[in-house]
Design a protein around this ligand. Sequence first.
Ligand code: 1YM
Length: 640
Amino acid sequence: MNENNMHYDASDIQVLEGLEAVRKRPGMYIGTTDVKGLHHLVWEIVDNSIDEALAGYCKNIEIIINKDNSVTVKDDGRGIPVGIHPKTKISTVETVYTVLHAGGKFGGGGYKVSGGLHGVGASVVNALSKWVNVTVYKDGKIYEVRFENGGKTVQGLTVVGDCDPSRTGTTVTFKPDSDIFDTDIFDYSTLKTRTRELAFLNKGLRLTLRDDRDLEDTTGETFIYEGGISEYVKFINKGKTPIHDEIIHLEGEEDNIVFEVAMQYTADENTRIYSFVNNINTHDGGTHEEGVRRALTRIINNYARKVNLLKEKDEALSGDDVKEGLTMIVSCKHPNPQFEGQTKGRLGNSEVRKLADNVFSEGFERFLLENPEKARIIVEKSMLAARARIAAKKARELTRRKTDLDVVNFGGKLVDCKEKDPSVCEIFLVEGDSAGGSAIKGRNSMTQAILPLRGKILNVEKARLDRALANEEIRTIITAFGTGIGQEFNLSKLRYDKIIIMTDADVDGSHIRVLLLTLFYRFFRPIVEAGHVYAAQPPLFCIKHGKTIKYVLNEEERDDYISKLNNTKYEITRMKGLGEMDAEELNETTMDIDKRILRRITVDDIIQADAVFNKLMGEEVEPRREFIEQNAVYAENLDI
Ligand code: 1YM
């Protein structure tokens, strides 16, 4: 409508048609009309305040969720211009709210936050709202404009009062249209996460979030970080173990493109690299991230060679090696960002790659040279990752079986069964060579495979995959199972229906059993969960009664059985350890499908075993001594 609100002219009709298009296809403008789309409206408005902050005019932004689920966004910027716009002949503020795509800067210059997938500004919010109120404080006056029902002006820009001439800013309140959105309830924690992120990304900018639906929240939460993205890194690394104390923060600018990075290494193996362009998360990376990654790999390698940590013969550290344990925020402010990819989540501007590389390599190299002790810690962390990578690769090659011949032959250790159908096959993991020998002789060679285990297998509890794979016993087990390990793990390739642990009921036996369970728990949990793992239970006593021979597992069973013999004559012998049984005895007592007793291992068993395991393997001597003393009790409790 024109200024007098009296009649429509051609441009009014065009405006209404524009906003009507948004209402017809909201998805095209804000992605979705679910809860995500609803929150998107808030950011469209906040983005305008952030732009004003980036232009250097706004220091405070307030976001309030009102009782009626409308949202108010306030800033102390210059206030949206109130003069008549030459093209639309209505006030600029009204134009911004009613003309599609007019949300950006008219005057050009500055950084536009809009530029992401749906950065189409205030008019879209207006189109998708029941009502919108805009108040502008400027030149000692308070101006107001109100829209209803999808952006129709019900009160053109009007001076509603005076204010202190030093006061400037814009306040916008909008109520999303519940006919459009699946839900009109704002979620505080969603708003909080992004508000805090915006505070990290715009150092020194104060953002306050308040929930007026909540009677107790009278002051809201304020986020302001003078350290900017450095504080973001610190925030992310809370609860982790940094390997150097300060956060490395590098910054540079060229042709109005500001590039910034903050980073810190932690002791863990995960990488957390988050990148942003004009405060928008570039989840698919792009040229700013590429520049940094490239420089990081190059600089660490150069430095490591220079100080001779990395020797001539050593393989170069890879991009993955140097980012292990790294937390990094990359932030770029660009006057004309090009977003690429399906979801527009990648920065395409090629000039940024060079800027990022330059800024990062110069600053990071200086940091390494000035802090040799920290540099050494960082390089060693990368070298550890490289060693792990190389070892894991070698071990994977070793365990990747190619032909059946490999199976029969690996290390000459596994004695496989003839049958190939996994559903009828079993593998016995047997403690010691001598029991292994008896088991091989006593087995059913069609369906029973034997893998004798020599000595103790590695404690994988704290070992990483590469170290576990470096252990020959473990490698043999993995190869025998056929499932692969880590990312390549595939349960359907398991070559045996039953994996049977066969160990003595003494301390050594318990130890090996617990080590095996830990291995399974760490690396083969699906095998345990699917119920493929068993413990053989060699009997403790043999009772001869006339011609019958009865094996029993423990004292209780023994006494039970004897009590049923009505004082007739019987002979009782305590069974030997597995290693002392001959093939026939072993078959009879422990392996024969019809006579043996197996116990299926569950994940719960393993968790219990884990506690025992810690006692057994831990640093402290006292609990270990205690454990060994009380082993009888343990064997009973953990009779698996
Ligand atoms: C709560 C929402 O929209 N703040 C805001 C918006 C603008 C300005 C200041 C502004 C921009 C410029 C000059 C300029 C906008 N202005 C326009 C347009 N807060 C909120 N604060 N003066 C003031 O970019 O040159 C669009 S947004 F187009 F009118 F200039």
